[in-house]
Every structure is written in C-alpha cells, then in structure tokens.
Design a protein around this ligand. Structure first.
Ligand code: NHR
Ligand code: GAR
Length: 210
C-alpha cells in the first residue's frame, strides 16, 4: 500500500484483514513522507513500512522508478493507493495496469483533483461521496469499481463532509479490495466487470443503506 499521511484507510484494511473480512495480506506500506502516521499503524501490526522521499530524487520519473522497484521486491498482486499524494508517471501506471487502485474523495467523474469537499460545497451539490477506481494515466479518470454516497446537509462544512466521506471510505475500500482479491471484480478491455458482467461507469453502488 502507498500512503502519504494519516493512513486511516490503511487502518480500515488492516482491521478487515485481522477480522477475516479480507482474503489477502498487506505485504508492505510505503510512504513518500517520513512523518506519515500511517507508517506506525503498519509497524504496530507487523507490516513492513518504508519511506521513499520524493524530494531525494531528481525527477518524477526517477522517483517512480525507485518506487516501482521497492514495490516489486514484495511481488504484490495489488497496489493500493490510500491518501497517496504524488501523481504517478505513465510508465509506473502501465507497469501495474489492472492491479493499481485508488480511493478518491468524490463521486467520480465529478470533482477530480484535490480539495473535493470544498468544491462540493461551492458547487451546491446535494450529494457527495467516494470512489474506488483503477488508476489510469489520466488523473482520477480510471475505471470506477465502486462508490458510496453521502447526503450534503445545509450545515455541512468541508470538515464535517470530510468526516462523513471518510467513514464511508473505511467501508467502501475493504469491500472493493475483497472483490478484487476473490477475482469477482476485474479490469477488462471493455471496462470493469463484476461476476463477469460489465459495470456502469459509476461502478457498484455500495452506499450504506442504514
Ligand atoms: N497517478 C496517476 N497517473 N493517475 C491517477 O489517477 C492518480 C495518480 C496518483 C495519485 C490519487 C489522486 C486523488 O485521489 C492519485 C491518482 C495527488 C494529486 C496531486 O496533484 C492529484 C490526485 C491524486 C493525488 N499531487 C501533487 C503532485 O504534484 C502533489 C500534491 C501534494 O503533495 O500535496 O504530485 O485525488
Ligand atoms: C482520504 O479521504 C482519501 O480519499 C484522500 O485523502 C484521505 C486520506 O486519508 N485522498 C486524496 O485526497 C488523494 N488525493 P487517510 O490517509 O487517513 O487514509
């Protein structure tokens, strides 16, 4: 898993593995920031955690080459971005094609890029949420696996919205990763399939029905 910060989504995946809700193992965590709290979360659960500081590399391509090598050391089936804040170059993305996923705090294709919660408020949206998607070369534009929606209320600000969305992220990400681990979801040349059926562009609706 690749992180840059808190690692609450990493924690949700660790919890899912430990609870037997995920047929997989997290083989390593790599952060581009040494101060990322997620590194300690990994170590607390016996997961190898490593820092690769992008500022120590002369170019994005050099950083990505070192990152690719560090990841390949573990031979993972899946590479999971969870609050990882560095844009990845085409070579990296193509190398892990179909095995590289991200969670993005919006209902893609709405609000690609950063500061999504404030942008949802500025746009007057009544609905917000999160998306798990395969990473493609074009930023935040890869095929969507699943989404979870939350209502936007009159008294919401960017902080309350972020908290609501994150609560859903912590359900959505383990659920999507499990579908990948069991082979029920795949990236094909036609798009994302679930149990062999092509999904719509918004993927599976995994909104909390409670
Ligand atoms: N890389 C590719 N090629 N494609 C995607 O879809 C990617 C990606 C790398 C990361 C996550 C993404 C998000 O969920 C992600 C998707 C960082 C930036 C960004 O602008 C944008 C989108 C995402 C992550 N990063 C700045 C950069 O120059 C640095 C910002 C910072 O360090 O705070 O890399 O939103
Ligand atoms: C998550 O909300 C994730 O959707 C978002 O950052 C947070 C990371 O939290 N990702 C991005 O904004 C990617 N650009 P975490 O570190 O606690 O998992």
């Amino acid at each position: 898993m690749l992180i840059s910060g808190n690692g609450s989504n990493l924690q949700a995946l660790i919890d899912a593995v430990e609870a037997g809700r995920l047929d997989g193992a997290i083989c390593a965590v790599i952060s581009n920031r040494a101060e990322a709290p997620g590194l300690q979360r990994a170590r607390d659960h016996g997961i190898p955690a490593q820092v690769l500081d992008h500022r120590e590399f002369a170019s994005r391509e050099r950083f990505d080459a070192a990152l690719l090598e560090a990841i390949e050391h573990y031979r993972p089936d899946l590479v999971i971005l969870a609050g990882f804040m560095r844009i990845l170059s085409d070579h990296f993305v193509n190398h892990f094609s179909g095995r590289l996923i991200n969670i993005h705090p919006s209902l893609l294709p709405r609000h690609k890029g950063l500061n999504t919660h404030q942008r949802v408020l500025d746009a007057g949206d009544h609905e917000h949420g999160c998306s798990v998607h395969f990473v493609s070369c074009e930023l935040d534009s890869g095929a969507v696996i699943g989404q979870a929606r939350v209502p936007v209320c009159a008294d919401d600000d960017a902080t309350t919205l972020a908290a609501k969305v994150q609560r859903q992220e912590h359900r959505l990400y383990p659920a999507c990763v499990q579908l990948l681990c069991t082979g029920q979801v795949r990236l094909t040349d036609r798009g994302v399939t679930y149990q062999g059926q092509l999904l719509p562009p918004t993927g599976l609706d995994l909104t909390d029905s409670h």
